[in-house]
Design a protein around this ligand. Structure first.
Ligand SMILES: *Cc1c(COP(=O)(O)O)cnc(C)c1O
Length: 372
């Protein structure tokens, strides 16, 4: 039987629909009570003091860079194996992303390679928690402290993940989560910045709201700002999504375990691994093809109606990055090798059961027919 299985799908229920309708009927569609409630719930879920809701993960990352006053000539250490936004936010302020290669088990930044990349211009480490589990935060925070560097966590892919019992997003000076529809929870478009610093959250709120002063004077603009605000419908959706997040993560863990079990023992296929001290909240289920061809597997599955994605391409080899900085193939070999071998299988609540088994049969059948 022919099926069409998407790579991702949001989970929306009647509670979600109801609260969004209530906002629409209230006539307060922006700058209202839902934003404040969502920020409060989000920061307490992560275990930090403050939250600032924004229009996307990308705009949140930009504000985090501005809050730390990172600017022209500064350097920020980050990972090449990520979604492009984690580096773009550095470029928006004409600072320079300095990449360090990843470790091949969790695909996160390799702490052993950070110190060699630090210079007098280094201001911060922007760590990305990729695919649903954190980087090695003990090592990264130790290095940051030793060299007096700020830390921004791009936790957009790892909401709910824990490292030694502490939440992703509670380690750095600021952290950012994103709620695009393929993430662990969604607000449509949206994001949130979390921090323990009153100063940083005030700067973020002001900058994201046209640089307004935080007092009552509506038309006093203290700094060059933006409109990066989240709206009330999105915030209302965020509140109900967050209320069921732990349940949604439990389902994601179950689906990942089902994949792990059904896909184990295939020669040439590497399954995702969870790093020590960590929990995984499964933004994506990423497999690695180390015999045969990742691209042929993707074609093979597409013909069967199974959508996959070649996550993640290495950022330093994106056309505009090569042009700006002269990066070349071979600069970050661990990241590049992963980029050529990894792909995300369909992964969403509702996939479990027949559709998941159909995906697994497709993968197995490819490896049965592929000549190595
Ligand atoms: C999703 C994501 C973002 C933010 O994405 P938006 O679409 O702007 O919300 C940032 N960094 C990473 C690593 C992401 O996966």
């Amino acid at each position: 039987m022919y099926r069409k299985i998407p790579v991702a799908r949001p989970f929306i229920d009647d509670d979600d629909r109801k609260v969004v309708m209530e906002v629409l009927n209230s006539n307060t569609l922006a700058l209202g009570p839902k934003i404040l409630e969502f920020e409060k719930n989000m920061s307490s879920y992560i275990g930090v003091k403050y939250g600032c809701a924004v229009s996307s993960g990308t705009t949140g990352l930009h504000l985090a860079i501005r809050a730390l006053d990172i600017k022209d000539g500064d350097e920020v250490i980050t990972t090449p194996y990520s979604f492009v936004a984690s580096s773009n936010c550095i470029l928006y302020e004409r600072a320079r992303p300095v990449f360090v290669d990843i470790e091949p088990v969790t695909y996160n930044m390799d702490p052993a390679k950070i110190e060699a990349a630090i210079t007098k211009k280094t201001k911060a480490i922007l760590v990305v928690h990729i695919f649903g589990q954190t980087a090695d935060m003990d090592s990264i925070m130790r290095i940051a402290k030793k060299h007096n560097l700020k830390v921004i966590e791009d936790a957009c892919e790892s909401l709910g993940a824990m490292y030694k019992g502490k939440s992703a997003g509670s380690f750095g000076d600021l952290a950012v989560f994103a709620f695009y529809p393929n993430k662990q929870m969604t607000t449509g478009e949206g994001g949130v910045i979390v921090t323990n610093s009153r100063e940083y959250v005030d700067v973020c709120r002001s900058l994201g709201n046209q640089g307004r002063s935080l007092g009552d004077e509506w038309l006093v603009h203290e700094r060059l700002g933006y409109n990066y605000r989240m709206d009330e419908m999105s915030a209302a959706l965020g509140i109900t999504q967050l209320a069921k997040l732990d349940e949604m993560i439990r389902k994601r863990v179950e689906i990942a375990e089902e994949y792990n079990q059904l896909l184990s023992g295939i020669n040439g296929l590497v399954l995702p691994k969870v790093g020590t001290y960590r929990t995984h909240t499964w933004f994506l289920y990423v497999i690695r093809v180390n015999k045969g061809s990742r691209d042929r597997l993707m074609d093979y599955l597409r013909i069967r109606g199974v959508q996959t994605r070649p996550y993640m391409p290495s950022i330093h080899l994106q056309p505009f990055m090569k042009e700006m900085f002269g990066f070349q193939v071979g600069d970050f070999p661990v990241s590049e090798e992963a980029s050529s071998q990894t792909l995300a299988l369909p992964f969403y609540i509702g996939l479990e059961g027949e559709d998941l088994r159909y995906v697994v049969e497709g993968v197995k059948s490819y490896f049965n027919h592929e000549e190595f």
